[in-house]
Design a protein around this ligand. Structure first.
Ligand code: HPA
Ligand code: ZN
Length: 319
């Protein structure tokens, strides 16, 4: 079943399919440390978040020109649309590009060249969320926020991603409070590999509108109650959690416990090229392995519309 849905947790750089990686490498004169597409795909065996991030940052080295980012976004939209995605709030990692000499403007121009016509071409409305790389610290995040604010109208919000352990949300309090004052929406990865305490910090220190992943909240009953009471949405990424060994197998995933406790949950792909599927593949996997039926799947899709940053009148198109 392909239910119409919104995707709220997708890193555009994580939608880089190996074929596109090699095509762009050739075009941009980048030498990759893999013989070909099959060898690269064969490396998609991860032991934890860091082992994935190493490959993720290497892969995106092939993105140099605006048109590379346009091709990447078009590739994602083609696949997402085929799986019922009607609206996507898309993460990108500005620092992963600026620190290797690609200007923020190039990244934004390239993505926008695709996203500005995504609705006409793919039937998918889109918005951009710029994520800070938490392992590069708050001072660099603060400087990146200054740069992003020069392009304020081109993004709807900010997020926090990359290596979680040892980089708690609270470190970014000042950056997030400045972003809030600028009218940006706030999200943060928390409780993916990090403890439930990081989810508390995302809520109480950063004041996020949504928590990305958040699955470790199941370790803290008070936190689960808080999420349910305040209806703070979690953007859960089931196949990602399996591939990065957050859970032993999908059958052990905490999603049913969160749902039973009344937490608003949505289903997303995270890094679809690396984790074995796009949004619809994640829906199919939880249907198969966790036994969610048609009505439960529709509820996840409805949650994703309600948890989106779309204006209320634009949500109706999707409900
Ligand atoms: N977690 C943290 N950072 C990321 C991820 C993720 O799953 N994907 C891309 N950056
Ligand atoms: Zn993510």
């Amino acid at each position: 079943m392909t239910v119409p849905k919104t995707e709220l947790h997708i890193h555009i750089e994580g939608a880089l399919e190996p074929e596109l990686t090699f095509a762009r490498a050739e075009r941009n004169g980048v030498t990759l440390p893999y013989a070909g597409v099959e060898e690269l795909r064969g490396r998609y065996e991860f032991s934890d978040l860091q082992s994935f991030l190493d490959l993720y940052y290497t892969g995106m080295n092939v993105l140099h020109r605006a048109e590379d980012f346009t091709a990447l976004a078009d590739s994602y939209l083609t696949r997402a649309a085929a799986q019922g995605v009607r609206h996507a709030e898309i993460f990108f990692d500005p620092q992963a590009h600026t620190t290797r000499g690609v200007a923020l403007e190039t990244v934004l121009d390239g993505l926008e060249a695709s996203l500005s016509t995504s609705e006409e071409r793919f039937g998918v409305s889109t918005a951009l969320i710029a994520c800070f790389l938490r392992d590069r610290g708050s001072a660099e995040a603060s400087r990146m926020l200054d740069e992003l604010l020069e392009h304020r109208q081109r993004i709807i919000g900010i997020g926090l991603d990359s290596a979680e352990l040892g980089h708690p949300p609270g470190d970014f309090a000042e950056v997030f409070s400045r972003a809030r004052r600028a009218g940006l929406r706030l999200v943060a990865h928390a409780g993916e590999e990090g403890p439930a305490d990081y989810v508390w910090q995302a809520l109480d220190v950063l004041g996020v509108d949504r928590v990305d992943h958040g699955v470790r909240a199941v370790d803290d009953p008070e936190l689960v109650k808080r999420l349910a009471r305040d209806r703070v949405p979690l953007t859960v990424c089931p196949l990602s959690n399996v591939r990065l060994r957050g859970v032993d197998d999908l059958g052990q995933h905490p999603l049913p416990r969160l749902v039973d406790a009344g937490v608003v949950t949505t289903i997303n792909s995270d890094d679809p090229s690396y984790f074995g599927g796009y949004a619809g593949d994640n829906f199919r996997a939880i249907e198969r392995e966790l036994g969610f039926g048609a009505e439960a799947l529709r509820e996840f899709a409805r949650n994703s519309v309600a948890a989106s940053f779309l204006a209320p009148e634009r949500r109706e198109r999707l409900l």
